[in-house]
Design a binder for this molecule. Structure first.
Ligand code: ASP
Length: 352
């Protein structure tokens, strides 16, 4: 009996490769946020301190993840994501790049604060060359709260990072059972667990550790990106800042940024990325001095049309397409590592 079982195993292993049975290796890179937060009591779902719980405790709180993959943890940072600067962004990307280059790592999960999670995910989508799944996950309630959402989000994120069908689809944001594309997902509610949305919809859904896919992102990312973290030197990106549009604006906001040495200004304009007539001369003056002007919109849906509300060709301005101002800041900074030509920057905004 024992002999026949051995021959059966041998025969099977000749037909089905051993790798088909092996669990994938997933590394969880912890950076802080509410998913690692701690409140004074279980009813403190909104009043707590972010970035307290170490990565090993996060993993040990969800032992079920070890059924999905061989999971190990790395503590990269312990920070609330509103305090992330380009320095930490680059640091996270370098860490992820180092991990995905390892042959024995099949996927990576990044636990992150939700405030700027979309920026980090988009940055990774642009600068890490790999087809291995990279999943950024957070939570809206700290682990200490009743009905904490972090454990299930982490479980689903590990399932996604471990799934072979997630390969090559770009960096994901996994929140509240939805699989989003990093480029177009945004935090849209600050107090509910369904905090993340994309105007183009989710790529798929994750139920009980299984992926269900409905669409793909058509924009350039990862292996197909012209940006690469390995070519970024130092720990800063070209300085890009955002000015928020409203009525009754002052040119002084833009001039202060010029004084600070900004290389591009993302204008989070009203409506179709509009700029008040009394601000146009200031922006044109800055553009002629080599500061790029990128028109985005404070309206969360739709996209900015080139040469519609403003004569972008005439002014040499760039439109951010459907990227929100915070995503436009990331792409403009990366574009400026390559070129100072507004037409070339516009090409980049169409393609990513
Ligand atoms: N302020 C927190 C952070 O971004 C919020 C969160 O994680 O939900 O770190």
């Amino acid at each position: 009996m024992k002999k026949s079982l051995t021959s059966l195993t041998l025969a099977l292993s000749l037909i089905i490769p051993i790798s088909a049975f092996a669990k994938n290796n997933v590394v969880v890179v912890a950076t802080g946020g509410t998913i690692a937060g701690a409140g004074a009591s279980s009813t403190n779902s909104a009043t707590y301190t972010a970035a307290k719980v170490p990565v090993d405790d996060l993993l040990n709180a969800v032992p079920q993840i070890q059924n999905l993959a061989n999971v190990s943890g790395v503590q990269a940072l312990q920070i609330a994501s509103e305090s992330i600067t380009d320095k930490e962004l680059i640091q996270i990307a370098r860490k992820i790049n180092e991990l995905v280059k390892k042959p024995d790592v099949n996927g990576v999960v990044i636990t992150h604060g939700t405030d700027t999670l979309e920026e980090t995910a988009f940055f990774l989508n642009l600068v890490v060359h790999t087809d291995k799944p990279i999943v950024v996950v957070g939570s809206m309630r700290p682990p200490s709260a009743l009905s904490a959402d972090g454990p299930l989000n982490l479980y689903s994120a590990v399932a996604l990072a471990a799934s072979n069908d997630a390969k090559g689809k770009g960096v994901f944001v996994l929140m509240n059972d939805s699989i989003f594309a990093a480029r177009d997902v945004s935090k849209t509610i600050n107090i509910h667990t369904n905090a993340f949305q994309s105007q183009w919809g989710a790529l798929g859904t994750l139920v009980e550790g299984k992926t269900y896919w409905f669409r793909n992102s058509v924009k350039r990312h990862n292996n197909n990106s012209e940006f690469n973290i390995e070519n970024i030197k130092g720990d800063a990106l070209p300085l890009v800042q955002i000015v928020y549009g409203s009525d009754n604006m002052l040119p002084d906001s833009y001039l202060a940024l010029q004084k600070a040495g900004v290389k591009a200004i993302v204008n989070a304009g009203t409506g179709n990325g509009s700029v008040p007539n009394y601000i146009v001369p200031t922006l044109n003056q800055l553009q002629q001095q080599g500061i790029q002007v990128v028109r985005s919109s404070r309206v969360p849906q739709g996209f900015v049309l080139r040469n519609a509300e403003q004569p972008d060709d005439k002014y040499g301005w760039v439109v951010a397409h459907d990227l929100n101002p915070q995503k436009a800041r990331i792409l403009a900074a990366l574009a400026l590592t390559k070129t100072k030509d507004a037409k070339e920057i516009q090409r980049i905004f169409w393609e990513y």
